[in-house]
Design a protein around this ligand. Structure first.
Ligand code: GLN
Length: 283
């Protein structure tokens, strides 16, 4: 990238590079990456387009643009992702929280009476996205978040601390393993649900995210089925189980829930019109 370019020229050049690489929002990503490289805000870039960033910032920016053009998620490059009302730190040890997962948060808030002091469990919390969104909306809820990865739990713990959320506990372990004898009013999870042989998993951008967060192995249903089968002894009478799943898995997840004795089984569509989550009540 040429020296002595103004902010507006750097942005145009970076955006053109990203566009030719097929990146979805090239102009926005270029702005966020230049702001990150220059240690400033996007708004400041917009208000001073004629300024010339210092050499070090320009070099960092060129590197970030190259990595983004090769498919690295923007969130890993800038180190954060906005989810619900929270800015969450992310690293390649955790899945980048997705906007469609906010549907799970919405349904959780809608299903439980607002005033109740509920006990809530988020299985496979990753960055803490779901657990922390719920904990911030309902300070009187007691939220438990588990993950198999201790590095992921460190990220989630740091996110809880940075938002001053004290009503969340973090436990290391495989699904319900660290929860013997404990019951909850609500269990939520966005588990890995892409089968190992599905072409979707070969999408280059997904190669940057933890494989264990995306895929449970050969059978796409493994984690969803494990959670449905193991959940009942951990649910209060009338408690809810909310699961995110792939766009083609709603019927299979619903069948599993019905067979296991859950009631009010219902799948919901995300903004793109895909049935991306199923909720069910333990009678
Ligand atoms: N619960 C986290 C999220 O929804 C992580 C999910 C995962 O890693 N599969 O973003």
């Amino acid at each position: 990238m040429t020296a002595n370019l103004t902010i507006s020229a750097l942005l145009a050049e970076g955006a053109a590079h990203l566009a030719s690489a097929g990146v979805d929002n090239p102009a926005l990503d270029a702005e966020l990456l230049l702001a990150h490289a220059a240690g400033t805000r996007r708004a400041r870039l917009k208000s001073h387009p004629e300024q010339i960033p210092e050499d070090a910032a320009r070099v960092r920016y060129a590197e970030l643009i190259d990595r983004r053009a090769r498919g690295e998620p923007l969130a890993y490059l800038v180190g954060y992702k906005d989810f619900w009302t929270l800015r969450l730190a992310v690293s390649p040890a955790v899945l980048v929280p997705r906007p469609e997962t906010e549907l799970l948060v919405e349904r959780a808030l809608a299903l439980l009476p607002e005033a109740t002091a509920a006990r809530v469990l988020d299985l496979g919390t990753g960055s803490g996205a779901i657990a922390l969104a719920l904990a911030s909306e309902r300070p009187h809820w007691q939220v438990t978040a588990t993950d198999l990865s201790d590095i992921a739990l460190e990220v989630a713990r740091a996110n809880a601390a940075s938002h001053g959320l004290k009503n969340v506990e973090f436990l290391l372990g495989d699904w319900f393993a660290p929860l013997a004898g404990r019951r909850f009013d609500l269990i939520v999870s966005n588990p890995p649900y892409i089968g190992a042989v599905e072409p979707e998993l070969a999408t280059p951008a997904l190669g940057y995210e933890p494989r264990s967060a995306l895929s449970p192995g050969a059978d796409a249903m493994t984690s969803l089925r494990t959670i449905v089968r193991a959940a009942p002894p951990h649910l209060e009478h009338g408690g809810w189980l909310l699961l995110e799943h792939g766009a083609t898995q709603a019927a299979e997840v619903a069948r599993e829930l019905v067979v296991r004795g859950f009631r009010h089984v219902r799948s919901r569509r995300d903004l793109a019109g895909h049935e991306r989550m199923t909720e069910a009540q333990w009678a």
